[in-house]
Design a binder for this molecule. Structure first.
Ligand SMILES: O=C(O)c1ccccc1NCC(=O)[C@H](O)[C@H](O)COP(=O)(O)O
Length: 217
């Protein structure tokens, strides 16, 4: 099987950045929205200048932002992709795409209307990310959803010709269950953190499990 793309999200300090930028991840994410993981583009720029991007796609995560906020972060960081993680109108994503051309990720919460929302955002989204739905939180909850239901998202994204990341409570302990449904990408924040910061042993353990599983299938 093909290894899924990996994204470590919620890098919020210099050490998180150092670890994630030296990891096996393909993408690393930064929260520019209200969160315990919130950071500022100017801080990320300092870490990026110090350690280098090391080939990782840098993804800025926003929740119901203004176009100006997203464009300002893109200007400072030259982001490779922007992840819209709220209930943004499709017109905002379309306008952003038209003006800037960056890759757009649309996060959608698992639930009854998720397939319909994927179709709705299809004209603007380049990548889908399906996350758990937890009341009162937009993301980064560490809570998983029933992955036996994730096949329909993966299939619909494939039919639309777009990769689909699965997120929400993924960790070294449960990633094998997720790999069995063969998602194009896996996104996680909490599962590779200890006391709220990225943990090298958890990152290595997670990657070993993914790589061992993939090489055996
Ligand atoms: O991580 C956050 O704190 C966060 C806050 C607000 C919006 C989005 C957020 N995270 C976006 C991500 O892509 C996370 O990796 C995703 O929600 C999964 O998080 P976790 O369940 O902790 O692995």
């Amino acid at each position: 099987m093909k290894r899924p793309l990996l994204k470590y999200c919620g890098n919020k300090n210099r050490e998180d950045y150092r670890l994630s930028s030296r990891s096996e991840a393909d993408c690393i994410g930064f929260i520019f929205a209200e969160s315990k993981r919130r950071t500022e583009p100017s801080e990320v720029k300092e870490w990026m200048d110090e350690f280098g991007k090391n080939g990782k796609k840098h993804v800025g995560v926003f929740v119901n932002p203004t176009l100006g906020e997203v464009e300002e972060a893109c200007r400072i960081l030259n982001l490779d992709a922007v992840q819209f993680h709220g209930e943004e109108p499709l017109s905002l994503l379309e306008e952003f795409k038209q003006r800037n051309g960056q890759e757009i990720w649309k996060a959608i919460r698992h639930g009854e209307s998720a397939l319909r929302k994927m179709a709705h955002y299809g004209p603007a989204a380049d990548v889908f990310l399906i996350d758990s739905s937890v009341k009162g939180s937009w993301g980064g909850t560490g809570v998983s959803f029933d992955w036996s239901l994730a096949g329909s998202y993966i299939k619909q994204a494939e039919q639309m010709g777009k990769p689909c990341f699965i997120a929400g409570g993924v960790s070294p302990d449960n990633v094998i269950d997720l790999l069995k449904i063969d998602p194009a990408g896996i996104d996680l924040a909490s599962g590779v953190e200890r006391n709220g910061i990225k943990d090298e042993r958890l990152l290595k353990n997670f990657e070993k499990r993914v790589f061992d599983y993939v090489s055996g299938h």
